[in-house]
Unconditional design. Structure first.
Length: 153
């Protein structure tokens, strides 16, 4: 499976932006990456790479200067988890077959006995992540939300 940290971290960081947008005390101000990095325990350098990709896909906007940071580029109900993961260049590819060679994963170009299982899992994962918006994730906040403080943004 090719789902790596970029996609997971991108989703985690985007939920931080959704939380900031929903926080009345925050008043829609941009969130600095340093705050997201601290809350999610992710390297700021890694987040910079991820947010560059998210910005290019229009999922976030950057605000420069004092008090700068990032805001959502679209409403959270219009951003799916798959959108975020794909922007971070994560793949939903599960079979051993390369995307260029869908004939089969074995040397003789035949499909292995369980190929259809992996293809179906890939399809279901893709469908599920496309059906799940950032707004839906945020509607079910976890206990860490209660301990987080966006006032220091």
């Amino acid at each position: 499976m090719h789902l790596g940290t970029k996609g997971r971290y991108a989703v985690m960081a985007m939920i931080e932006l959704v939380a900031a947008e929903k926080n009345q005390e925050h008043e829609g101000r941009p969130i600095p990456l340093s705050l997201i990095a601290a809350h999610q325990e992710i390297s700021i350098l890694y987040l910079e790479q991820i947010f560059s990709k998210l910005r290019k896909k229009g999922l976030v906007r950057s605000i420069r200067g004092v008090g700068g940071g990032y805001v959502l580029g679209k409403p959270p109900h219009k951003i799916s988890v798959a959108d975020v993961m794909e922007a971070a260049e994560e793949s939903f590819h599960i079979t051993r077959c390369t995307p260029q060679n869908k004939k089969g994963c074995l040397r003789n170009q035949m499909r292995c006995q369980v190929h259809h299982v992996w293809e179906e899992l890939e399809r279901r994962l893709y469908d599920y992540l496309h059906s799940l918006s950032l707004a839906e994730i945020y509607q079910n906040p976890r206990e860490y939300e209660q301990n987080r403080n966006l006032k220091d943004a």
